[in-house]
Design a protein around this ligand. Structure first.
Ligand SMILES: Nc1ncnc2c1ncn2[C@@H]1O[C@H](COP(=O)(O)OP(=O)(O)OP(=O)(O)O)[C@@H](O)[C@H]1O
Length: 609
């Protein structure tokens, strides 16, 4: 082993933590003495990569790389460790006894894994493959009839929503991916109508999302979509579409103090069709546990935006399986789609096709219904995810106007934040009713990349409270304070990321209220005595990570002032921008914008469909 203490290791290697050092120490004995140094550093790098959310560590990433090297203003602060060639690493790893059944570390397809993550990945690949080989439960003529009923208009342009419904209705597993407002929920509601009219008997359909907020939004969107289809789709079918979504945790049923859920391989769920929304937020372990609990015949439809940030925990399930641009449909699938959608030759030509590789289970929705091609938010979101730094910065500068849909705010927060506090946050506490207060809370949010620092969540929340309540105010809770739950409390059915309001009840007592949706999709409130709450914090500002699955009319996106902040990425900025429905205020320096758009999040994994 190369270093006698963690302190000594951290003097040489930038970015490692004590946990990496102790992990490497624990497993370093496997290697022979001559190769011990390389092995020890491989273990450090593996631990670091898992901390960063990668499922595995490909040796190609480390080969010939100086791991942990850092210099500042041409002065070397950390010398790092030079890894040898890929062949050298491969030879070393092949001779180590790390393939045995009880080994904590695995070497597979030129990648190092921690066993737990390897097992999750392998299990999920096999669940996906089983579902993908499920035969269609319906006859082609039946599907053709239903598609014709649901999509009566013959358009000149290809209708990607129709393709998505036709492509998903006959498959055991399908993924419908698209950016914000591309009609994922609208499409899945039509898909549910198609399935219900195809099934001869009642079926158990479950709707899930990774967070309470995302589940609530899914319920609301399906209720709205169903209302919109009244008079267009048979009322008897519409009445059977479920509108109440729940969290994945709630569906699987949490067992207190255990990592596994009540439902799993031994106690599968009763479920014929499962819709999973906001899949980009679901991590590898949770996705595997969810699939493990599904009965063999269950049809699964996953929805999400693959360009958003990956899950907070390990993996990037959606980005791994929703490859863009589309890899192409197989000949058989193209012929099926042509048949059931009654496509013209011109339409068929537009469909992606591929002789060998096929992504038959994936449908991409490309046209945003929320952001038309001319709107500023849609334009910047597209440019961001394409990494067009210069073009987008020029566009932002030319189109910025205070009060319009796009405003590039000055770096000095005091020149714009107090106005927004007055306009959006003060009225929350002045609201007459709780409903009104929640509506106002949904109008606007400050989104930060970081928690700490002058552009971080903690600082902004403090600034808002000081302006609203005065410098001397020391009460932690007050009437109208928006709060976010920071840890799961299964007994209270509260989850990390849930948002509520502190509100005085009719007896003058301060309570915490959370929105809840009943079986019919109606929104109500449930009250919790503040002393029973798990850890909470004010939520005038929140991190972009935590805001996934939520949207606001107006978002103020606050990026850090340091361009080398390692949280910055185009996925982070894209996720922040697309939380805004109508108005975006951006506070960001030019070099930070460019640096963010140059960095693309890539999580290593071997997950495929
Ligand atoms: N084919 C369509 N015709 C008319 N309106 C549509 C169509 N598709 C979607 N919409 C409308 O566009 C809006 C966005 O659709 P929807 O909520 O389904 O998108 P989404 O992709 O689920 O959005 P989000 O990113 O918020 O999850 C909704 O108001 C919906 O009614």
């Amino acid at each position: 082993m190369s270093y006698s203490t963690f302190h000594k290791a951290s003097e040489q290697l930038a970015g490692i933590t004590a946990i990496d050092y102790f992990f490497a120490n624990e497993f370093c004995e496997i290697a022979d003495k001559n190769q011990g140094d390389i092995w020890f550093h491989l273990l450090l790098a593996l631990s670091e990569s898992v901390r960063l959310g990668h499922s595995c560590l490909p040796t190609s990433v480390l080969a010939n790389h100086r791991f942990g090297f850092k210099s500042e203003q041409e002065l070397v602060t950390h010398h790092g460790f030079q890894f040898p060639s890929e062949k050298h690493l491969d030879d070393l790893l092949k001779q180590l006894p790390i393939f045995s059944d009880d080994s904590a570390i695995i070497y597979h397809q030129h990648c190092l894994y921690m066993r737990r993550n390897f097992s999750f990945e392998q299990a999920l690949i096999s669940y996906f493959s089983e579902k993908m080989s499920q035969p269609s439960p319906f006859k082609r003529e039946q599907i053709q009839r239903v598609i014709r009923e649901l999509f009566p208009d013959q358009d000149n342009e290809i209708d990607w929503q129709k393709i998505a419904v036709a492509n998903s209705v006959d498959k055991g597993l399908s993924i419908i991916a698209g950016g914000p407002g591309t009609g994922k929920t609208y499409t899945v509601t039509k898909l549910l109508a198609a399935l219900i009219s195809l099934f001869n008997e009642p079926k158990q359909i479950n709707l899930v999302a990774p967070t309470g907020k995302a589940a609530q939004r899914l319920s609301e969107s399906i209720v709205n979509a169903v209302k919109g289809f009244e008079g267009v789709i048979d009322q008897k079918i519409l009445a059977k579409i479920p509108t109440s979504a729940q969290t994945i945790h709630r569906l699987l049923k949490v067992v207190p103090n255990q990592v596994n859920f009540k439902h799993g391989q031994n106690q599968p769920l009763q479920c014929d069709v499962l819709i999973i929304d906001e899949v980009s937020m679901v991590d590898l372990a949770l996705m595997t546990r969810l699939f493990r609990a599904l009965p063999d015949h269950c049809q699964v439809i996953m929805l999400g935006d693959a360009d958003q940030l990956p899950s907070v925990a390990l993996g990037s399930v959606l980005a791994d399986i929703a490859i863009r641009p589309h890899l192409g449909y197989s000949k058989e699938n193209l012929s099926y789609l042509k048949d059931v959608c009654q496509l013209s030759v011109a339409h068929t030509k537009v469909l992606p096709s591929m002789k060998k590789q096929s992504a038959d289970h994936l449908s991409l929705l490309l046209k945003s219904r929320r952001f038309d091609g001319e709107g500023a938010i849609g334009k910047i979101a597209t440019a961001t995810i394409n990494g067009e730094g210069e073009k987008s910065w020029q566009y932002i500068n030319q189109n910025s106007c205070q009060g319009s849909d796009l405003y590039l705010a000055p770096a000095n927060l005091s020149s714009w934040l107090p106005g927004y506090i007055q306009e959006y946050f003060l009225p929350i506490q002045q609201s007459e009713t709780l409903i009104e207060a929640f509506q106002r809370l949904g109008q606007f949010r400050v989104l930060c990349a970081t928690r700490v620092g002058s552009e971080g969540v903690e600082q902004i929340n403090e600034q808002v409270i000081t302006q609203l309540k005065g410098m001397q105010f020391i009460e932690k809770l007050y009437h109208g304070l928006p709060i976010m739950v920071n840890e799961n409390h299964y007994g209270l059915n509260l989850y990390n990321g849930d948002i509520g309001l502190i509100w005085q009840n009719e007896h003058g007592q301060l309570m915490a209220y959370f929105e809840s949706t009943d079986e019919q999709g109606n929104i109500g409130f449930r009250a919790v005595i503040p002393t029973r709450l798990p850890s909470i914090e004010p939520v005038y500002a929140m991190t972009i990570h935590k805001t996934q699955g939520s949207e606001f009319n107006h978002v103020a996106l606050l990026l850090p002032s340091q361009a080398d902040n390692n949280l910055l990425s185009r996925e982070l900025i894209y996720t922040g921008i697309t939380r805004a429905k109508q108005q975006l205020t951006l506070s960001c320096l030019e070099n930070v914008w460019h640096s963010g758009l140059e960095t693309k999040v890539k999580r290593h994994s071997n997950l495929t469909i």
